[in-house]
Design a protein. Sequence first.
Lengths: 200, 200
Amino acid sequence: MNSRQSAASSKDVETRCRIVATAERLFREIGYNKTTVADIARCLSMSAGNVYRFFTSKSEINEAVGRQLMGEVEQAAEAIANSQGPASERLRKLIHTVERMNSERYLSDTKLHEMVSIALTENWPIVREHVLRMDVYLQKVIRDGIEAGEFRHQDPALAARLVHTSTMRFCHPRLMVECGEFTVPTIDQMLDFCLAALHA
Amino acid sequence: MNSRQSAASSKDVETRCRIVATAERLFREIGYNKTTVADIARCLSMSAGNVYRFFTSKSEINEAVGRQLMGEVEQAAEAIANSQGPASERLRKLIHTVERMNSERYLSDTKLHEMVSIALTENWPIVREHVLRMDVYLQKVIRDGIEAGEFRHQDPALAARLVHTSTMRFCHPRLMVECGEFTVPTIDQMLDFCLAALHA
């Protein structure tokens, strides 16, 4: 690749990022359903045609926004999975972090919640991919816990799915709303329960 | 109450039941949204005005249908909770029964699923009441298990909420659809995990 191609492609990456950032802002401000590709283009002072050079449809832009929002949660989870300390503490911190990040982005922001709600209903592959990536970080922590003798010997992949499924009420944006009235169990009571099962 | 009043009131109860049964059938056949009070009245060869003597709105009829559908699941759970046998076996049977009954009625029947979906989104008080009643049966089984020394000493009310929350993916009609692709954990793997936590 010569320097001119490289410059062009880095400009393309930048434009792509600006489209995604603008789309995310518009989803927050006017909502997912009401935002059009023309709105996104207008905010960036470019033609809709230019936006379509990067994304073939509005739904592709939405996917990119979703990936970015979920990617931030994945990065936080990865950092905790790779940190030092007892596995039980990291597991607790990981689930708490997901709960806090999802509350901040999807619950306090009803417009973004609309996007998530549609994604979950339409069962976007990106939601499934996000769940599977989060499983990997949970697995890492649980494997460490087994190796350190903190948890009993067990299949880390299955254990990760069990913890993830048990704590779904605290990580799944729609359940967080639906189950909001249920103050018991708290997230820590649920984590104590999971840790008891992992130790047993 | 004299015999004439009693006869009238038993006829009223019967009419109420017929309205609910007809509404349920129409929800299954033409869907929740499309069914009107006029449709229900027509099927019963009565006037819409007569239906309104029993239910002040369509939403009240819907509630009665929901209560009946969930009431059947509650009766099955109660029978299991009051049966004999080890608590762990009854707990397993209870969750399996809920999963099977909800699959039969809400998953194989997409029209009824529409009703449930609306109920969950609108967060009908009846859904919350159903969850709390199911908690009571779970509590009964867990309390028996603690008294028999099968489970460690713990608060049965909290333990019931923990088991119920952990197994939500298998009991909550919308999650059963959304999580359908996730074949792990199975319901028995999740129950083993919960039982490990209760025993620990």
